[in-house]
Design a protein around this ligand. Structure first.
Ligand code: FE
Length: 190
């Protein structure tokens, strides 16, 4: 894959279609400046501000953009909220669509064919491999991302965090909890 990407980049540069310096800047932004901490701030704000949670439910693109998180691969966002009844899991069965603006670069497994196919065939089995066993009565809802629409899972707020402020709560929000392959950390684990 790396060789293919290099070959493609070489051709595009030779044809004058891309500027390598611009590509380097874009890669650096997503590698070092954007990451799951953006998403964690969104989730923690939703946990602490009911009005914001309502906005996030209705219009995630705008609610997320209000925190300054806009850009490529985040143009159209939908937030899906975990509850006592339902757990949400995000995949892109076709390729690797991922909400870069809130989660940064995707983990390697997110792009791997086994995750992409099995997340829809056997979501509970996949979750177990991530160490997450859900009670049988809890529904699992799988969301298939597209180039047009990306999803952000809002995990449930852990118990025992009643007096925590958003900044402290954000520390409990992991990347995997926002993809749905994990839960937010318990206060003791944090
Ligand atoms: Fe995709």
């Amino acid at each position: 894959m790396a060789a293919r990407v290099r070959a493609l980049e070489t051709i595009l540069v030779q044809k004058g279609l891309i500027d390598p310096a611009a590509i380097d800047v874009i890669v650096d932004i997503y590698e070092t400046k954007v990451g799951p901490r953006n998403g964690a701030k969104v989730v923690a704000k939703a946990w602490t501000e009911p009005d914001y949670a309502g906005w996030l439910k209705k219009d995630a693109t705008a609610a997320i953009a209000s925190l300054g998180f806009t850009g490529r691969q985040g143009e159209h966002m939908q937030a899906v909220f975990n509850s006592d009844d339902t757990h949400n899991l995000v995949v892109c069965t076709l390729c690797s669509c991922y909400p870069w603006t809130v989660l940064g670069l995707p983990p390697v497994w997110y792009k791997a064919p086994p995750y992409r196919s099995r997340a829809v065939i056997d979501p509970r089995g996949v979750l177990e491999e991530f160490g997450l066993t859900l009670p049988p009565q809890k529904k699992v809802r799988v969301w298939d991302s597209t180039a047009e629409l990306r999803y952000l899972v809002v995990p449930q707020r852990p118990a025992g965090t009643d007096n925590w402020d958003a900044e402290r709560l954000a520390e409990l929000v992991t990347r995997d909890s926002m993809i749905g392959t994990g839960l937010a950390k318990e206060p003791v684990a944090a």
